[in-house]
Design a protein around this ligand. Structure first.
Ligand code: AMP
Length: 284
């Protein structure tokens, strides 16, 4: 496995592999790997000739009061894992290499970025879209792999590549969880033991939402209300950012479930902001 640190080096490899007609998969990450990241890299390895993993804590997607400095980092452990999983290239740039001091171009999908996480994180998805687009231009992959844990991110990137005719196939992969249901996240290290013990209630509340839908509940407000009541009782240390039932592709709020919908939530728990989601399956 090669490690490169500059955009020029990544682009040289990406162009060469494309010239050779190889199928290249890109897995964009911010590092501090867990089994969720590993599942994306394994998937990429299983479908592509070459696997590029990018590891970049992207300053452009952090707001002024967010955890850019505190975000956990361990390049040595992460690079060992990518090597072990059969990655071909790890791209680990410096912020100054990715953004010139006069950087002035942004990619935005406001219609999908102004809801859910975008309400409390107004510049987040603009930072994500811009860095992902830059990574696409550099690595020139055939496909890129993302986790469904960040469902809104995945929906926005799908819309971005469709609208801009970007010839990269976007693949979404299932959420990897701890045995007790908590979605794996690099930010789970922020949780105290007490918070960690309560955190699986988020998943339990979403499973309840899915059961309500499966049992025939079609009123989204009833489902949101039930999730809220459950978490008020079982996650007393948590502070709601949002609980919503939306169309899985457009992310528009749904009033009545007429097809599959997504129930998504974000809660603050101590120093961590945790997100999770579940598909509400509607028969017929
Ligand atoms: P991050 O390093 O947190 O920016 O995540 C990099 C990629 O890993 C994104 O596509 C995430 O959606 C994905 N990811 C993060 N956590 C999980 C998880 N628990 N299961 C599956 N994918 C995940």
């Amino acid at each position: 496995m090669r490690i490169v640190h500059t955009p020029e080096a990544l682009q040289a490899v990406g162009m060469e592999w494309r010239r050779q007609g190889l199928k290249v998969a890109l897995v964009p990450t911010m590092g501090y790997y867990h089994e969720g990241h590993a599942s994306l890299i394994r998937y990429a390895r299983s479908v592509a000739d070459k696997v590029i993993v990018s590891l970049f804590v992207n300053p452009a997607q952090f707001g002024p009061n967010e955890d850019l400095e505190a975000y956990p980092r361990d390049l040595e452990r992460d690079s060992a894992l990518v090597r072990e999983l059969g990655g071909d290239l790890l791209y680990a740039p410096d912020p100054a290499g990715m953004y010139a001091s006069d950087h002035a171009t942004w990619v935005e999908v406001p219609a999908l970025a102004g809801t859910l996480c975008g309400v409390s994180r107004p510049i987040h998805f603009r930072g994500v879209c811009t860095v992902v687009m830059k990574l696409f231009m550099l690595a020139q992959p055939s496909l890129a792999v993302f986790g469904e844990k960040d469902w809104q991110q995945l929906a926005i990137i799908r819309k971005m590549v469709a609208d801009l005719n970007v010839s990269v196939e976007i693949v979404g992969r299932p959420i990897v969880r701890e045995a007790d249901g908590l979605a794996l996240s690099s930010r789970n290290v922020y949780l105290t033991a007490g918070e960690r013990a309560q955190a699986p209630q988020l998943r339990k509340s979403l499973e309840m939402a899915a059961r309500l839908a499966a049992d025939g509940e079609r009123d989204a407000a009833v489902i949101v209300g039930a999730v809220r009541a459950y978490l008020t009782a079982h996650l007393p240390a948590g502070e709601e950012d949002y609980i919503a039932v939306v169309d899985p592709a457009s992310l528009v709020r749904v009033e009545r479930l007429e097809g599959d919908a997504l129930c998504a939530l974000a809660f603050r728990l101590g120093k961590a902001r945790l997100i999770d989601n579940i598909l509400l399956k509607v028969e017929g």
